[in-house]
Design a protein. Sequence first.
Length: 86
Amino acid sequence: MSRAERDRLARDLLADPALATRLKPALEASPAQAAAALQAAGYAIEPGELALPQPAPLSLDQAALDRVAGGYMNVRNTLSPFEELP
C-alpha cells in the first residue's frame, strides 16, 4: 500500500463513519479478510501489507515480579553474595 493510498484510507475513514463501521469487523479479523474488505471498498492493498495484531502482554504474579524487579536473591548469605558465611 502506497503512502498516498494509506492517507486516502485514513481520510475516508475519518470523513465517512459508515465506511468505518462497515470495515471494522473485517479489520479486526485476519489480514486476508481485512485486505478483501479494503479491496472491495476500492483500496489497493494486499494481505501481506497489513500488520498482524500483537498479543496482549502476559501478567505476572507477585512472586514473578519480585524476581524480575530484583526483590529475590537466591543465595545463602544475604549480606554479601560473594562471600560464604563462616
